[in-house]
Design a protein. Sequence first.
Length: 131
Amino acid sequence: MALFQYWFSLTPPPLSGAREALWGMMGAASVVVALLVFRVVLPKVQWRGYQRAWTQFGWFAGANGVVLMALLFFRSEGVPVFGARFWVLLLAGIDLAWGLWWVHGMRVRIPAQRVAQAGAEAQKKYLQKKR
């Protein structure tokens, strides 16, 4: 019961300096990762499937950073509903589910798409061209 009250209390105590700094650094790091993905990684990716996956990762990291900073703001200002701890649990669950989906895409779906595309290109070589 105490664990339930800890996570679902609408008026949690104020954050300590170290935890507040950690939240701020995680939010800022997520935004920096998003910028690095869009400025450094994406221009170097050649295949379209991987470009789409890295674009999704960049948007996810940026949105995650913005949400973390918003939660930190509401928590530090003492807004009861949006400063509650359960939002962090919800965000962590969403992050975990999305991360597993993204890794599955990078390891399973995208290589299968590459193989299918290579097969289609090889087959197209032998088809007659219309004039």
